[in-house]
Design a protein around this ligand. Sequence first.
Ligand code: GLU
Length: 435
Amino acid sequence: MPYNKDIYNTLYYKEPGPKLDKESPFESMMERFRFAAEILKLDDGLFSYLSNPVKQVTVSVPVEMDDGKLKVFEGYRVVHDNILGPSKGGLRFAPDVNIDEVKALASWMTWKCAVVNVPFGGAKGGIRCNPRDMSIRELERLTRRYTASMLDVFGPEVDIPAPDMGTNEQVMAWIMDTYSMHMRKTSNAVVTGKPIIIGGSLGRKEATGRGVVTVTLAAMNKLGISPINAKVAVQGFGNVGSVSAKLMYEQGSRVIAISDISGAYYNEKGIDIPSAMAYSQNNNFSMEGYTEADKITNEELLELDCDVLIPAAKEDQISRHNANNIKAKIISEGANGPVTANADKILDENGILVIPDILANAGGVTVSYFEWVQDRQGYFWTEERVNRRLNRMMRNAFHLIYGVMEEYNVTLRQAAYIYSIKKVAETLKLRGIYA
Ligand code: GLU
């Protein structure tokens, strides 16, 4: 399997989604932040502290391409804060990544870590490139040079990257090696999402999808929906989507639709997910040509009559243009930002329970935390222990945020922001401002 195909298809595949309104991700985040800050009566100083990242680094990354030509890529790392602990967040390789997006994603990581009670601050990185058009050696040179430029930013006690869209465990291994070479010692806790053999954690790959399913089941329980035979639609069949679909299938749910770059596939009787996963793997990570279901569009998938919709592909999928057509009772955000701030209100008015990204997909960073703990202890856990602890942390977080939702009479998303902002602000007050 050529690396550059695998890297996109096995991770968070960027699908050509419906042409909806593209809200600035930073603005979307800020709108939600502002709302929670008002409820909490956050003072102006704290508000401005928490709305600005503490560090934004942009670097030019020169790479000698295979044809001998020099190409310069732009790389970013934004540390939103390190109030609760070292900053943590993924590294994204995508052609359209930009500082605005990375800034928004970095602050999302702050709230995400706070929601699941993981002792990290928030960060995010990105390199503007198209990994699908690059060879494995070009990607290696790109990753190593970027890491070398970020030596003052990264560190096991400072800032810890992880995989995100367009990056995978091989990229993490290169980061770990480059950093370790410079430090003159093997430093595997500098990055998470590594291959198991060099200090990765069992269960990390499936963690995001597993966490999505844990909170989805908890939400279904609250609404009195049994997972047996419940109708589930999953957008995106990458790492998060396929694992979520598989685990819902194992719960006895009917996964009536899945999708990937090639389109969406619908079968009212339910799709046999293990066989669909095998089909995709044997077909160059594409569902193209799958005959066990009818082909529909990604837009149609979102509007299917179902109990649970798991958007696990990309951002801005449900906006004010289609929010009124959504029929699911629960939306569980496997991706970061699949529902725009404009759509939040419509979905709420229509009585749809949205499990926000900063809660729903926090399983990834939770097991990243476990990986970091294991690396620092040099003692590795069984997969059973990882999954048990992950499930417990996700369930606890869900019930905690659900309680805040009831207490403040807000949406689950607003509750997640209220809880996390309050926690970070209180910690900041205790730590005080170093002058
Ligand atoms: N990129 C993932 C996220 O958005 C994981 C981050 C991490 O594990 O640090 O949550």
